[in-house]
Design a protein around this ligand. Structure first.
Ligand code: PNS
Length: 161
């Protein structure tokens, strides 16, 4: 079974993430969305809330599993999950430098785990979780940016901040 991991903070999951999830799930037998702790970020949603949102929007994709990844190295998590591949989405050149460094470090740490980069679809190349939070907090319409099913969750969270 060819298993891949798609890691990220997903604070919250956007239509850009969902596009990468759907496209990757067609290529691999199983895709594990690893909802992660990024030590450099302060998420507004708890890990359980982020997992719930990703589960909600991927419930129709049979070979997608959503798991928490909260400690240790990503490559060790991949080995534990018997995944040989990591999927990273790239929107613009600005994503590349950081992702390139992570891919090379991960390769050094665990040569058996490969990183695959998937270009974001053009219509989502401007999207990020941060921009969604900014638009939402300023009262903007989130339709088209995030899946419909989680718009209320995001509005409620932003209103409580
Ligand atoms: O969505 P994000 O916040 O850009 O995701 C970043 C994430 C969680 C994929 C990245 O921070 C990560 O891989 N963390 C795991 C820790 C690790 O393995 N670090 C060493 C390789 S850089």
């Amino acid at each position: 079974m060819n298993i891949a991991i798609y890691p990220g903070s997903f604070d919250p999951v956007t239509n850009g993430h969902l596009d990468i999830i759907r496209r990757s799930a067609k290529i691999f037998d199983k895709l594990i969305v690893a909802v992660s702790v990024n030590s450099q970020k302060k998420p507004i949603f708890s890990i359980d809330e982020r997992i719930e949102m990703v589960k909600k929007v991927t419930s129709d994709i049979e070979n997608v599993e959503v798991k928490a990844f909260t400690a240790g190295l990503l490559v060790d998590f991949a080995v534990e999950e018997k995944a040989k591949s990591l999927i990273k989405g790239l929107r613009a050149v600005s994503d590349f430098e950081y992702e390139f460094q992570m891919a090379l470090i991960n390769k050094k740490l665990k040569p058996s785990v490969e990183t695959f980069f998937m270009m974001a679809s053009e219509e989502y190349s401007y999207l990020s979780s941060s921009i969604v939070k900014e638009v939402g907090s300023l009262g903007g319409d989130l339709t088209g940016f995030v899946p419909e099913e989680i718009i209320d969750d995001i509005k409620t969270k932003l209103a409580s901040k």
